[in-house]
Design a protein. Sequence first.
Length: 299
Amino acid sequence: MRAHEDSRWRRGVTSAVRLLALLLLLGWQAGAGQNEVALEHPVMVDSNASGSELFVLDAAGTLHALQVGTNKLQESGTFAVSPELTPADMAYASWSGQEALLIAGMQAGHGVVMSYSLDGRALKTWELPNLCSGIDFSAKTHSAFVATSDSREIFRVDLQGTKSTFVARIADATKLGPLAFDEAHQMIYVADVASGRIYGYALATRTTSVLLTGLSAPTALSYDPDGRRLYVADPGRRAIYRVEMNSAKPVAAQFAASPLKAPYGMALISNNQLAVADYAGNSIAVFSGKGALLFRFPE
């Protein structure tokens, strides 16, 4: 009887070791609610469609998957992105039953968009002729809109294919950065990190307008389709701004500031909350819909 139990125990250990080896091979580290891999200056975030999961990319190139709970975030796993990739912006995407994280940036001197499964597998890479600086997902067309910083252009990337097509060039811009897409109104919002402007590009009329000026260096945009609000992260002013896009003349009103140190990225999560990647604060700050700080992760 004891020999049978020992054999069964050894088989269980062998299976566990094989599973661990497979997870390590995929680059995934199970968190099980514990902070096994510390945040190293979070730079960008995005959430899934329901806002129940938050994905955080830090300066060390580690992507953290977090479960959103009541007044808490719980880490469920981490994986490393390609060390050759210099990330600039990130977007969650879901199409044809597939979920992925899209990371736009630079690799080997040219622009790229890389997709990763939510468990850390590299799926696909699209190369662009210019340096990618912003990205957002279009659910209706199963594509992503990508901004390029050096050429001041916007491209559409076919997520089910291999091609990217030219959409527009923002001629007055200096250096394009993050991008957000309003699916219902077919509007692309893109920030100029050098001039502190926010541009709007209407796909239907192919026209460009200046929505906002006077910002410092906007590093992230997040669009709320329900309230038709645009959130802007401005680390130069240590603040998050909210813009009511239903207004005839949109104005950037301060949404959250102190105790933020350098808000580099943000994403809307469940319960109308906003998660902010506070780079200098080395944490994720979560704010209520009214801009009150609820908690930080890690505490």
